[in-house]
Write a protein that binds this ligand. Sequence first.
Ligand code: ATP
Ligand code: MG
Length: 413
Amino acid sequence: VASLQPVRGTRDLLAEDCRKFRYISQTAAQIAQLYGFEEIETPVLEPAAVFLRTLGDTSDVVTKQMYIFADRGGDELVLRPEGTAGVARAFINEGMAQNVPVKLYYNGPMFRYERPQKGRYRQFYQFGVEILGVEKPQADVEIIAMAEQFLKKIGLQKNVRLHLNTLGDSESRDAYRETLMKYLMSRKGDLSAESLVRLEKNPLRILDSKDEKDQAVTRDAPVFQNSLNPASKDFFDQVCAGLKEIGIEYFVDDHLVRGFDYYCHTVFEFTTTDLGSQNAVLAGGRYDGLIQSMGGPRVPGVGWAMGIDRLSLMLSEAPAAPRAIAIVPMGAETEALALKLVQRLRNAGFAADLAYSGNVGKRMKRADKIKARAALILGSDEVARGTVVLKDLDRGEQKEVSISEIETALQAL
Ligand code: ATP
Ligand code: MG
């Protein structure tokens, strides 16, 4: 029988990966709570319309990356490729507009049909935040500050740079589209085939192209700043001033756009040089038109999502699991005590391990292998005296302790 493999672009996360993933998502959740966010969990499966209507027909995700299929009942479903559209759908369905501002965070797997490589998978994991119902640039500053505090907390702040740009309001975007269009038409011959299609449908997309030919063209493209109307310029100035006020360093990147059509005003990305071309680890922006475009009320939004897979590749280690105490019975007559003791220690909150079988040598080897902190060796003579031998496996010292005082002795290690 041919061995069964995981689906291309998916992988098994083993203990060390899980520890890092958990550390990242739990730290992010703790920080989110400091900023007044509450958790939301939306389904992995959504009606296709949730994404088709919102991400944009020319986005990479919609044109070539969505896992979209008809289920057995004939409904068009999508395995969610991102978190914001699902949260926006829930916001509308649950009538949350009554309670704005609403601050939410989520955490879970996303699916995109990508070309798998290091840091790029078909099932990957995101943690993200959304603020709904705040028009003011303070919300933009707040979520960026939160991202920064999180990156600092997990020790990766020095490995990343914050890139910032504005896409302005829709009037500014229309003006920019025209200017950009003129420029791109003049360089039409240098664009990739894919971007020639984008040129007709959504030229802004070309700025986000991963094709080197396109990137050579866009390097000299006109910048957004020159097309901003006064209100949009003022909004961006306030975001920048707010970031300066609280000491957050950023780099304005005139050509930064984001992969989805729902963005306006602020867009940003934290990037790293540690991961080759998979350089974005956390990205987001403002999406004032999204809720309305999905049939909801006029409610502005701003948020970000981070790639847990990529951050975990950058983490050298995650806090280790608590080390176990190995219980080592010597001979059949102490087996019953061993079973009682392992249970007693676990009830008292110690990680404890009882090898299921084997002689003393084999059990001590297992204690080493699981990196146990200490071993409790149950010899029949000692047990008859009401004691066991406590061996400190780090220091190699051992001593006899009374059975009733084992917890106290372990605490002292
Ligand atoms: P990229 O430009 O690298 O394709 P993106 O712009 O498509 O990223 P977003 O949709 O902004 O990514 O998602 C936010 C974050 O999720 C990214 O910054 C990245 O860290 C992570 N991410 C996105 N796609 C993948 C993937 N296929 N595998 C692993 N992580 C991903
Ligand atoms: Mg992508």
